[in-house]
Design a protein around this ligand. Sequence first.
Ligand code: PMV
Length: 331
Amino acid sequence: MDKSAVLADWISPSNTPVTSTEQFAPSNIALCKYWGKRDKQLNLPMNASLSVSLGHLGTHTRLVPIDYPTDEIWLNSDRLLPSSPFCQRVSAFLDLFRQPGRCSFRVTTRNSIPTAAGLASSASGFAALAKAANESFALDLNTEQLSVLARLGSGSACRSVFKGFVEWQMGQRDDGLDSHGVQLPVTWPGLCVGLIKVDASEKSTDSRSGMQRTVDTAHLYQSWPVQAAHDLEKLKQALASKDFERLGQTAEHNALAMHATMIASWPPLVYWQPESLAMMQRIWKLRKEGLSCYFTMDAGPNLKLLFLQTELDALMRYFPEMEVIQPFGHG
Ligand code: PMV
C-alpha cells in the first residue's frame, strides 16, 4: 500500500495551503528501541518501542507557501540544494498534501538541539513538519493522526508528536492506521538525560538502511522482537513504580541487544568508535563504585546517559562536557 492511499480519507488532493505557520516538536530518546520494519514503505515497525521526549529541545519548522516552481529549503540558516537527500525527503513528504506542481513552500528548519550533541534530528524534524502541514492545509487532524503522518516521514518521528514518555504501539493493520505514538500518563521530575558526544560527523550508514541490512542478514535479529516486547513491559513497570535501577538496566540492556543484532549483520554494522566503548567501560566502572547511571545508544557512536538529579553533580565531575536535559524539570 502506498502512503497516499493510506491518507486518502484525511487529505484531499485538491488541497491548497491556506496559511503560513511555525511548529515545534521535541527530539526523543528511545529507552526501548525501534529496529526493523514490517513494511518499508509505511515505516511500520517489527516491535513496539518507548521513548522520552526532550522538552524544549527539538525542531522548529516554518512553512510559507511561495509562488515558485520548487520548494526552497533551509536548515539552520543554510539554504540547501534541492538535490540534497534532506530536501528530497522534505519535498516528498509535502507531496503527500499537494497536487504536483500546484504549490511550493519555503521550509525553514531550525534545530534547538545542539548539533554538536550528535542527536538525530529526523524524528523531531518530521514531527514538526507534519504539524506544520496540518496547520498550513487546515486539515484539523488529531494527535494520533499526526503521529501516523509523522511516521510516514521517519518511523521514530511518530513519538516526537508527544511530550513526556511515549509508547509507539506497533499496530496490526496493513495500512498502519493503528501504528502510532501514545503518551503515557507518567512524569518523572528529576530524571536526567546526559548527551555525551563521541563523534558528531555524519554516520556512514543511516538507520533506514542499517535496520534493513540487519533484518535481511542477521539471524540474531529473530530474537529482537521478543526481547523488545519483554523490555517494553519492564520499562512500563519501572515507570509505574518509579524504579530507576530497573529503568536504567532495561534501557541499557535493550540498546546493547539492538547493537548486537547490528554487529551480527553482514557486512557488519558497527556504529561504535573506540571512544564509545571506552565511555561504556567508564560508566560500568562508576556503577561498580556506587554511582547510579546507565546509558543508551542509537545508530551512532554517541552515548546518552540516564541518571537522577541526585547524581548530577558527581557525574558532571566525570563528564564535564556532558549536555544535560531534564525532560520533566527538577526533582
Ligand atoms: O526513525 P529512524 O528511521 O531514524 O530510526 C530510529 C532508530 C533508532 O534511533 C536507532 C531507535 C529509535 O527507536 O529511535
